[in-house]
Design a protein around this ligand. Structure first.
Ligand code: UD1
Ligand code: MG
Length: 478
């Protein structure tokens, strides 16, 4: 984006703060918001406006922040390489902006400053503020919002004519200003003329930090123009400083995601009771029951039904597949028309073929399950290759771990594995074979065979009748 006069736009995203109020070892801006680090939201908003350059100011977690933005797609929308400025100590927001300027050098356009703890801000909102700023020929423009609970936000003090004169931080608030509910959102557009005045900002008398909010008074004193504009609703412009605010931000973003999917034809039985990450894709015609968690890079195909309490992480669910109640699917692929659950667990690397059926209390890990194969009850299949049309009987276990190594089980097409069988890997069962129920398969089974490995049954006739008589006699004797 270029400003009205065709001047380029620069961005500084501030992420050098300590984030103490989160009371967490994880840096605040790396806290996940719908599965993506918080910082990736303002950064992707900035990138979507086609800026000349984007600088992220970070402190001791610079490398972690860099890593999170490099690997996360939300930060990868534009081809523009992100730049990073190191702020050795968190000496305040004005100091952070100075760090960005040191990195940028001379700029020939406006600088948009965004707090990094600001995940909900939309590009349109930034664009609007930039336009207003240009139209009013301001040196400094501040995005504000009307807060129900102004809490820790800086209050916008206006003169009787309504012009902004000062931003009063909460810690400095006096009785007479306590009623102000217009607050600073942490979104600013600043001209080079105003940036030159940054060195005039004095450290705050209480905290010793340099506050960007003090720039307003300095700009006005120098006779430059400044404006403060209600840029959007509180819902969008709220900052995240505490775990509660993080939860609230996620709720707002999630509701927007759900609304988008619903308008594309996804049916949510209760739109307020689904938990969907930012990178999830859901095709039209899918039905999502309450209390479903779709996390990470998950895709749900057309017409799928996802029943209550399912949790699907980093997985692809094919068209028309059904995930029944309380199933967990992690880093797996489920083929079109397959059925999984209830109470199934697909662990990483499970690939379920088209039309296959995985039932109650079945755990599958790192295994290929062929088309139309059924494993309906109480089984463990790990490190296996199971062919097409196989029947895996109740209680079948692939014994894949010998205490040292993980070994592979290969089951050919059309095999019938009788209930309660164990397959001691490495082992191969040839196609079309039968495993007798209750067998422990320790050797490869040639195709078309029956493998049976269990004690031959012995019937002791009359044993039960004799026992009953014996017991009855004993009772009489007493
Ligand atoms: C700031 C504003 C406040 C505004 C609020 C909006 C100041 C002094 N106050 O308060 O008026 O209402 O945002 O959410 O600016 N940061 C650095 N380096 C530092 C300090 C902070 O990069 O030395 C970064 C933080 O990582 C954060 C952002 O700047 O992303 C804002 O800092 P934070 O401490 O959250 O300021 P607030 O108290 O929220
Ligand atoms: Mg903040």
């Amino acid at each position: 984006m270029k400003t009205k006069g065709g001047r380029p736009l620069y961005f500084a995203v501030l992420a050098g703060g300590a984030g103490k109020r989160m009371k967490s070892a994880l840096p605040k801006v790396l806290h996940p918001v719908l599965g993506a680090p918080m910082i990736s939201y303002p950064v992707s908003s900035a990138l979507s406006l086609k800026p000349a350059r984007v600088v992220i100011v970070a402190g001791k977690y610079l490398n972690e922040i860099k890593g999170a933005l490099e690997t996360h797609p939300l930060g990868k929308k534009a081809a523009l390489p992100l730049e990073f400025a190191f702020q050795e100590k968190p000496m305040g927001t004005a100091h952070a902006v100075s760090c960005a300027i040191n990195e940028l050098g001379r700029i020939n356009g406006s600088l948009v400053v965004l707090n990094g703890d600001f995940p909900l801000v939309r590009p349109e909102t930034i664009k609007r503020l930039v336009s207003l700023h240009a139209r009013q020929a301001n040196a400094l423009s501040i995005g504000t919002f009307l807060a129900c609970e102004p809490g820790a936000y800086g209050r916008i003090k206006r003169d009787p004519e309504g012009r902004p004169v000062r931003i009063i931080e909460n810690s400095e608030l006096r009785e007479e200003d306590a009623g102000i509910n217009e607050v600073n959102s942490g979104l600013y557009v600043i001209e080079p003329a105003a940036l030159k005045l940054l060195p005039m900002i004095k450290p705050n008398s209480k905290s010793g930090e340099y506050y960007i909010t003090d720039l307003l008074e300095i700009v006005l004193k120098k006779g430059l123009m400044a404006g403060a504009y209600v840029a959007g609703p509180e819902e969008e412009l709220a900052g995240v400083n505490t775990p509660l605010e993080l939860g609230r931000a996620e709720t707002v973003l999630r509701a927007a995601l759900v609304k988008g999917f619903a308008s594309d034809g996804v049916r949510f039985i209760d739109p307020s009771a689904v938990f969907i990450d930012a990178r999830v894709r859901i095709a039209p015609g899918a039905v999502i029951y309450p209390n479903v968690y779709l996390e990470g890079r998950t895709s749900i195909g057309k017409g799928c039904v996802i029943y209550p309490n399912a949790r699907i992480v980093d997985s692809a669910i094919g068209d028309g597949a059904v995930i029944k109640d309380s199933s967990v699917v992690e880093a797996s692929r489920v083929g079109a028309g397959a059925r999984v659950g209830p109470f199934a667990h697909l662990r990483p690397g499970a690939v379920i073929g088209r039309g296959a059926a995985i039932g109650n209390f079945v755990e599958i890990k790192n295994s290929l399950i062929g088309q139309g194969t059924k494993a309906m009850h109480l089984s463990y299949i790990g490190d296996a290759e199971v062919g097409k049309g196989v029947n895996v009987g109740a209680g079948t276990i692939t014994c894949n771990y010998d205490g040292v190594n993980k070994n592979k089980t290969v089951i050919g097409n059309g095999v019938f594995v009788g209930s309660d069988s164990q397959l001691l890997a490495p082992v191969k069962v040839g196609k079309g074979s039968y495993i007798a129920a209750g067998s422990t398969v320790t050797k490869d089974v040639p195709p078309g065979s029956l493998a049976i490995n269990r004690m031959e049954q012995k019937n002791v006739e009359g044993w039960a009748t004799r026992r009953e008589k014996k017991l009855a006699k004993k009772k009489e004797g007493k």
